[in-house]
Design a protein around this ligand. Structure first.
Ligand code: IPE
Ligand code: IPE
Ligand code: MG
Length: 250
């Protein structure tokens, strides 16, 4: 995991700077977690769901308002059908088992991604979860399922093109705000911090637009091992980062 700049006094800055309002996580390394234990990959995914459950509780307890988790990418269709089926079964399990408790805990669930290719029962399940929890305010949980950052931008471009074609707007009205408003993530602010577990150093098509100025953190642990302690370490390190947004900072 990258360390904060040594020039900063860690205790002092961590005291002043707020935690991320929006934390996004690429939950990677389930397969390797399982392999290291001689278990089938599906067991890694199952443990990954438990880590997600812990993470939602930790985020709410630590005062994070928006949590986005990458759970199935549009590129994950390239995996063997049996693994895809196992991942879809786990989404069903997560929603059916945990929805009532998440609702009681004040979690607003949003699903970000394409509906294309998802089976009717999955669509029904996620629509139910979104509609049941829509007025909750403690934590917004965006589940990136069948999500791809390029696809998200293409969908926004198509909507804008249609609006221009229908005479609802002019090409010069298209600015960054207009694009942002049409993104699947539009109900959350841009992510302040993006964490990826598993040690891979890439974004894999995650939040390409809204993550333009996110702080990035790569952790050398498999996703099923993630817990509140790791989240606290990440938040501490985030608070010590000097964000400049192209300016000269403070
Ligand atoms: C992340 O774990 C879960 C998904 C991508 C769906 P992986 O399945 O990618 O696990 P590794 O990276 O192969 O270890
Ligand atoms: C990214 O992980 C997608 C999710 C965590 C859902 P991958 O394991 O699919 O990414 P690559 O293939 O290593 O880039
Ligand atoms: Mg992976």
């Amino acid at each position: 995991m990258s360390e904060p700049s040594p020039s900063l006094d860690r205790t002092a800055v961590a005291d002043i700077r707020p935690p991320p309002r929006h934390l996004a996580i690429i939950m990677d390394g389930n397969g390797r977690w399982a392999k290291a234990r001689g278990l089938p990959r599906a067991m890694g995914h199952r443990e990954g769901v438990e880590a997600l459950r812990r993470t939602v509780d930790a985020a709410a307890a630590l005062g994070i308002a928006h949590l986005t988790v990458f759970s199935f990418s549009t590129e994950n269709w390239n995996r063997p059908q049996a693994e895809i089926d196992a991942l879809f079964d786990l989404l069903r399990m997560f929603v059916k088992r945990d929805l009532a408790q998440l609702h009681r805990d004040g979690v607003r669930i949003r699903i970000i991604g394409s509906r294309h290719g998802l089976s009717p029962d999955i669509l029904e399940l996620i629509d139910e979860a979104v509609s049941l929890t829509r007025n909750n305010t403690r934590l917004t949980l965006n589940i990136a399922f069948n999500y791809g950052g390029r696809g998200e931008i293409v969908a926004a471009a198509q909507s804008l093109a249609r609006a221009v074609q229908n005479g609802e707007m002019k090409p010069e009205d298209i600015d960054e705000k207009a694009v942002s408003r049409l993104l699947w993530t539009s109900e959350s602010p841009d992510p302040d911090l993006v964490i990826r577990t598993s040690g891979e150093l890439r974004l894999s098509n995650f939040l390409l637009w809204s993550g333009a100025y996110s702080e990035l953190m790569f952790m050398d642990i498999w996703w099923p091992d993630f817990n509140r302690e790791w989240m606290e370490k990440a938040i501490d390190a985030f608070r010590c980062r000097d964000r400049r947004f192209g300016g000269l900072g403070v």
